[in-house]
Design a protein around this ligand. Structure first.
Ligand SMILES: Cc1cc2nc3c(=O)[nH]c(=O)nc-3n(C[C@H](O)[C@H](O)[C@H](O)COP(=O)(O)OP(=O)(O)OC[C@H]3O[C@@H](n4cnc5c(N)ncnc54)[C@H](O)[C@@H]3O)c2cc1C
Length: 384
């Protein structure tokens, strides 16, 4: 490579900051991160922020490597042929390589009343709104959704003194093993969360949640945690996306349309595989996106990502957690760690995510080949 190349990273979450910091440390790139807000948000702590039991934001100056320029703005269009990103402010950024790391959000709520009366916590703004409402004093809270976010939110709010009912149309924690599910149910019960499974929600009202079976849950606050949706920037910009709107990339994270665009984190699908939305995947995917940009810029074929999972960590308030162990392909096995030990492991992992993006080189060294795992021969291949 003879001259410095410019990389624009859209999205300053786990994947985007990891990619930017790794590229900045190589020294051959001018790196710009475009992010909607001026702070790095630890999404995995947003339930703590909403409950008033923890912080979830950091000054980007403490996160981004020296030399990375932050532009606080919203990307509104990608002009791939011209290699330009258009921003809401009217500014246009030219790039040699683009990293697409927009993350995920919430779907348009399909439950009647969800938009009018439901709260969410998928981003800083929605979690801050919920925090304000909960800050006035103990409330009766209905949490809709029995996935990991619903579980973590219910436990956190109950531990802070709110009366919480978790409602889910299916079973609690579908991604957990039977043992993990049973233990999680038991801990939620001990913390004071009432769990209603197989209970479809028909409508959300101002002070209650109406179930399909005609019954009603009194709730001054309803939090909707069900489902994920993806920013539609790639689709609107004419790039190939999957049905959910994730940028389609090959096994090395390169857009199937454009060899100057690399997708990573929640907002990309890899060789047709939708990797589980998680910072557990986003951080190594961010690291791999940087490696792919370096290879492309040097004229070398990028290597396919080979991602391995080891488990899921579900916080259950500040004093307990379910650590669900899994096979490398993310299938849960019937082994769990719980209670105070689980809580310590979960907290250590949460801290390690921010530490990881701040120290991208050491992160790689500390994790070895496993989650950051790389190297596979062509053709591109991904294991999740
Ligand atoms: C409450 C909660 C708890 C969670 N707990 C866990 C957990 O315990 N473990 C786990 O692994 N995962 C957890 N997750 C999921 C995890 O947070 C996400 O999978 C992870 O944040 C994805 O990282 P990312 O870098 O792809 O995207 P994000 O972290 O979402 O970052 C994307 C960034 O891009 C910005 N952006 C989007 N569009 C634009 C645009 N057009 N212009 C400029 N900027 C833009 C966004 O504002 C955001 O800052 C949790 C999520 C939530 C909401």
């Amino acid at each position: 490579m003879t001259q410095r190349q410019r990389v624009v990273v859209i999205g300053g979450g786990y994947a985007g900051t990891m990619a930017a910091n790794r590229l900045a440390q190589v020294g051959d790139f001018d790196v710009v991160v475009v992010n909607e807000r001026d702070r790095f948000v630890e999404r995995i702590r947003l339930h703590q922020w909403a409950a008033g039991s923890g912080e979830a934001a950091h000054d980007f100056a403490t996160i981004l490597a020296p030399g990375v320029r932050l532009v606080v703005d919203t990307a509104t269009a990608i002009d791939a042929p011209q290699r330009q990103v258009h921003l809401a402010s009217g500014e246009v950024l030219r790039y040699d390589y683009l990293v697409y790391a927009l993350g995920s959000g919430a779907p348009d709520a399909t439950i009647p009343g969800a938009v009018e009366y439901g709260h969410r916590l998928e981003d800083w703004e929605s979690a801050s709104g919920l925090r304000e409402v909960l800050g006035v004093g103990p409330q009766s809270v209905a949490v809709v959704g029995g996935g990991l976010t619903g579980i973590e939110t219910s436990a956190e709010l109950a531990e802070q003194g709110h009366r919480v009912t978790l409602v889910t149309g299916g079973e609690l924690g579908p991604s957990l093993s039977e043992k993990g599910r049973e233990s999680t149910r038991e801990t939620l019960r001990r913390i004071g969360v009432e769990v209603r499974e197989q209970a479809g929600v028909a409508e959300i009202g101002p002070t209650s949640v109406h179930l399909d079976d005609g019954s009603e849950i009194a709730a001054t606050v309803t939090v909707v945690t069900a489902g994920f949706a993806y920013p539609d920037l790639a689709r609107r910009s004419g790039l190939a996306v999957d049905d959910a709107g994730r940028l389609r990339t090959d096994g090395a994270l390169v857009s199937i349309d454009d060899a100057r665009i690399v997708g990573t984190g929640d907002s990309a699908t890899v060789a047709g595989v939708a990797i589980r939305n998680s910072c557990q995947a986003a951080i190594p995917l961010g690291a791999h996106a940087a490696a792919t940009v370096r290879a492309l810029a040097a004229g070398n074929p990028p290597k396919a990502v080979h991602l391995t999972f080891v488990g899921q960590c579900v916080s259950l308030g500040r004093h307990a957690a379910t650590v669900q162990l899994s096979k490398f392909d993310d299938t849960p096995i019937n082994r769990i760690l719980t209670g105070g030990l689980g809580a310590k492991i979960k907290e250590t992992i949460c801290r390690s995510t921010v530490w990881g993006v701040r120290h991208p080189r050491l992160y790689r060294a500390s994790t070895g080949a496993a989650p950051a795992g790389v190297v596979a021969d062509a053709p591109a291949r991904v294991a999740v």
